[in-house]
Design a protein around this ligand. Structure first.
Ligand SMILES: Nc1ncnc2c1ncn2[C@@H]1O[C@H](COP(=O)(O)OP(=O)(O)OP(=O)(O)O)[C@@H](O)[C@H]1O
Ligand SMILES: [Mg+2]
Length: 220
């Protein structure tokens, strides 16, 4: 089972939105996906209540110590991908999520201040020797040039692509209990989410050996 963690202590950067969007995009590709909500704020739990569909499964974890057992249970049940959404702090739950992840995704709005605000999270990731990528979110629709920070992240393979543009579909989908690819499948936001999911999938499987990832990559 792959574990993806959405982490950054910067609030409102898009952790929950991207967790949901990626989970649904992966599910639509036939993967068995679960969301693990390690944020007491409950954004994903409330999304699930609006959803009226039992998939993807959402597990709420009220104590950091329960993250590991929750993941073990999901793995035993045949889950292929668990996506952990964390709170906007480098707390014990976030650290456990990072420690247990195959890949950490760090959403950031495209400003130097927002990227800098992720540094404490990045330090924790490096200390725990985990793989990571930034994912620029809520970028302007008319893309400007890459910032210097984004350019160097990209050249190191630490920047998920494409950027996730600021689009109402993301907010409306969250409000409707849907993934953005379900809410407006033909829209630009959905197109970007599918493309980002492919990027993430490639990164996830790159770090592993065996036949499973070959089959998954062949699906594309
Ligand atoms: N690409 C986007 N386009 C438009 N709105 C977005 C986008 N990404 C996120 N949002 C909106 O920005 C707000 C913050 O997003 P979200 O709740 O996902 O961030 P978060 O990092 O989980 O926040 P918190 O740190 O509070 O948990 C929400 O209202 C969400 O709908
Ligand atoms: Mg959140």
């Amino acid at each position: 089972m792959y574990v993806l963690a959405l982490v950054t202590q910067k609030g409102g950067s898009g952790k929950s939105t991207l967790a949901v969007g990626l989970a649904v995009a992966a599910m639509e590709n036939g993967e068995r996906v679960a969301l693990v909500e390690a944020d007491p704020q409950g954004t994903i739990w409330r999304w699930k209540e609006r959803r009226g569909d039992s998939y993807p499964r959402v597990d709420r974890v009220s104590d950091p110590a329960y993250i590991e057992p929750a993941l073990a249970r999901l793995k035993a049940e045949g889950t292929w991908l668990a996506i952990i959404d964390t709170a906007a702090t480098t707390n014990a739950a976030a650290l456990r999520a990072i420690a247990r992840s195959d890949l950490c995704l760090i959403p950031a709005r495209p400003s130097p201040a927002d990227i800098e605000a992720a540094v404490p999270t990045l330090i924790a990731i490096r200390r725990l020797n985990r793989r990571f990528a930034f994912i620029l979110n809520q970028t302007p629709a008319r893309g400007g040039r890459l910032s210097e920070a984004a350019t160097s992240l990209s050249s190191l393979g630490h920047l998920a692509l494409p950027y996730v543009v600021q689009r109402n579909d993301h907010q409306d989908a969250l409000g409707a209990g849907l993934g953005v690819t379900e809410y407006a499948p033909e829209g630009k936001a959905a197109e970007e989410m599918v493309a980002v999911w492919r990027w993430v999938l490639k990164k996830l499987v790159e770090g592993t050996v065996g036949h499973e990832q070959d089959a998954k990559q062949a699906a594309y």
